[in-house]
Design a protein around this ligand. Structure first.
Ligand code: KG4
Length: 339
């Protein structure tokens, strides 16, 4: 029988990535991260699109080569249709369309958020374990913070979402206040390991239901630093690790408080995390401990599948392809789409 070979393409933000999945098993996952944004303290959309243009051909080429797959062997091309930066999405979308047209094979559009949720189904070996439905997904990235009830690969319900900043934005904005490079999340993670998480207290959100809010925490962090600098010009340097540990603790407490309510409300027995912030050591530990204490199964993804990658796009596309859900060649990308 002919193999199902899916080429996945991801270009929603500042990572150009291509991956190959053969009959559900990952064969390659190539990521070119864009360094050009570092000096600006955030992603510059125009520069991101240009870098995607430069990277896409070599990245796809490398993914096919590493997978040992010829272009003629590809069954379908899965691409991120949104949400993300429109100019960046256009590069991946246009490339995917061109290649699909040239090879006369189907195109499969993938919701980037579905990709993060379904990243737990990426198998590097045939005997790798994958979650059973239903499960709760805590999707925490630079642009989203959501609690999702995942009933099936194509049936997801958002139970809660952020009403302002995402968890990753909270990490990045607080890191910026401390003068740390962009993206600040990984720097806070590293510094937090040496700090006292109870050294500083920040305001806690009081949002009803399962929705999140992180903007109050960010403002309270800003005021703490501003007040500290009034009396001590070296306040940040002197308290770097404690500030990082305390803000990380506050973000994790906020995430876990709503997750606990969601688990109680739904009665599900397993919890998965995904998105860039799920790379955070404190988050991984907290979710692991939370599940262990309640006899729940925790799905903590390998770090390489937490941030944007095409392997998750390819696996989400593989499931859609098996269901016969392909998309027309005139499909346009979306800057914003919900689950
Ligand atoms: O999912 P992702 O790669 O893409 C976007 O949604 O943009 O997530 C990026 C976010 C950034 O905010 C980054 O600071 C955060 O994930 N992040 C982390 C860590 N690694 C990445 N935040 C905290 N700790 C980390 N180790």
């Amino acid at each position: 029988m002919k193999e199902n070979v899916i080429l996945g393409i991801e270009s929603s933000c500042d990572d150009t990535s291509a991956a190959v999945i053969v009959d559900g098993i990952l064969r390659s996952n190539v990521i070119a991260s864009q360094k050009v944004h570092e000096e600006y303290g955030g992603v510059v959309p125009e520069l991101a699109s240009r870098a995607h243009q430069q990277n896409i051909v070599p990245v796809v080429d490398a993914a096919l080569r590493q997978a040992g797959i010829a272009r003629g062997d590809i069954s379908a091309i899965a691409f991120t249709r949104g949400p993300g930066l429109l100019g960046s999405l256009l590069v991946g979308t246009s490339f995917a369309k061109g290649l699909a047209l040239g090879l006369d094979i189907p195109l499969v559009d993938v919701n980037h958020l579905h990709g993060h949720v379904l990243s737990h189904f990426i198998r590097e070996n045939a005997d790798d374990e994958v979650p059973e439905f239903p499960f709760l997904a805590l999707l925490i990235s630079g642009g989203n913070s959501q609690i999702i009830l995942v009933k099936a690969a194509d049936d997801m319900e958002i139970l809660g979402r952020t009403i302002d900043d995402a968890a990753g934005e909270a990490f990045d904005k607080c890191a910026k206040v401390m003068g740390l490079p962009y993206p600040g999340g990984p720097h806070i993670d590293r510094l937090a390991a040496e700090g006292n998480p109870k050294a500083f207290m920040f305001s806690k959100p009081h949002i009803p239901g399962l929705d999140y809010s992180f903007s109050g925490l960010k403002t309270s962090f800003l005021y703490t630093v501003r007040d500290g600098l009034k009396t001590d010009p070296d306040f940040i340097d002197r308290n770097r690790a404690d500030l990082a540990a305390s803000v990380q603790r506050a973000i994790i407490d906020t995430l876990m408080q709503k997750l606990e309510i969601a688990v109680k409300q739904t009665g599900v027995r397993s919890v998965a995390i995904g998105g860039g912030v799920s790379a955070n050591s404190g988050v991984r530990q907290a979710v692991g401990d939370f599940c262990a204490a309640r006899g729940l199964k925790a799905w903590i993804p390998p770090r390489k599948f937490t941030t944007d990658n095409a392997a998750m796009v390819a696996i989400a596309g593989y499931f859609k392809y098996l269901r016969g859900e392909t998309c027309p060649l005139d499909a346009a990308p979306f800057a914003r789409i919900e689950i």
